[in-house]
Ligand binder design. Sequence first.
Ligand SMILES: [Zn+2]
Ligand SMILES: [Zn+2]
Length: 369
Amino acid sequence: MKFSFIAFAFLLCFNISVSAQDGHRKHFTIPDIEGFHTLKGDFHIHTVFSDGLVWPNLRVLEAWKEGLDVISITDHIEYQPFKEDVKGDHNRAFEVADAKADELGILLIRGSEITRKMPPGHSNALFTTDNNLLDTPKWEDAFTEAKKQGAFIFWNHPGWKAQQPDSMVWFPEHTLLQTEGKMHGIEIVNYKEYYPGAFQWALDKKLTIMGNSDIHGSIFQEYDISAGEHRPITLVFTRERSIKGVKDALFDGRTAVFYNGTIYGREEWVSKLYKACIGVEPDVAAASEKSRSIFITNYSSIDLNLTPGKEAEKHGMIYPLELPAHSTIRLTARAAKAQEILKPSQQFEFSVDNMLVGPEKPLKVNFKF
Ligand SMILES: [Zn+2]
Ligand SMILES: [Zn+2]
């Protein structure tokens, strides 16, 4: 009797210690840019409180394990297939997950998906104060209420085939929403899909660029995390590491998207991010009139692929340049002609093929030798 009690107590302790384990967090480095923190976010996530398959706390844990800083759980207002089994109103998922987010240092933003027919289709409202008030018969009233609550609103999956089967259309309703301050951003990547047309709209219409998972199942089931796959991430450049910092950055358009090895964003922010990722040192000892070399270091966890421009090619840099994550390479420029002397500080242009500042428009950078 006594033995079994001790064994039981031991098991109890053991179980408690096991259930307190949250596993390990992945460190994926995307450096801070000058004057700003670079936070990794996912602003489109579902749980059992709409049509997702997991409990809200697990969303926080998944985000922590994947190295994210900020998330928003954005369950559908209009669609709750599990409501007979899962009670609770439109704020409940946030309330359930909040303590876990605090514990793990994840910034958790209250939000909802306003789920309507096209137009205007689906939109997410972030930084809401009461999601229940978005449950209105008319979509116009849901957006008006979200705006009243000070929400940041973005158009979800604008190229989703179920709603835009033939081509991606910008409807007059979207113009109206944007004009009335009820649409501030747009997803250019959703789940595993990239919409170049939405990227161009974001640039032309000055909408904040977003890329999110829209995850319904477990993150480990939907993405092959162990093989290095990851969800789309919205990078947010914030003045402070806080919900307010994220809100200011989103309203200000300070974002970029990272998905499938590629960064997408406005040139202003992508070029700053590139500068933060890269360090260049001259190889002074090896410098001559005919050849000059530099060491290029990639401090980030993103493998970068560069293509030399015409002048670089003429000076012996004829191959695409691979700049692997957390690595240094040596690059040499050679005199193009017998009579040419390589002057110090000569610059050669390259394009960064996996940092896009527009659809099919790579960031141009210069290396000084
Ligand atoms: Zn949706
Ligand atoms: Zn969704």
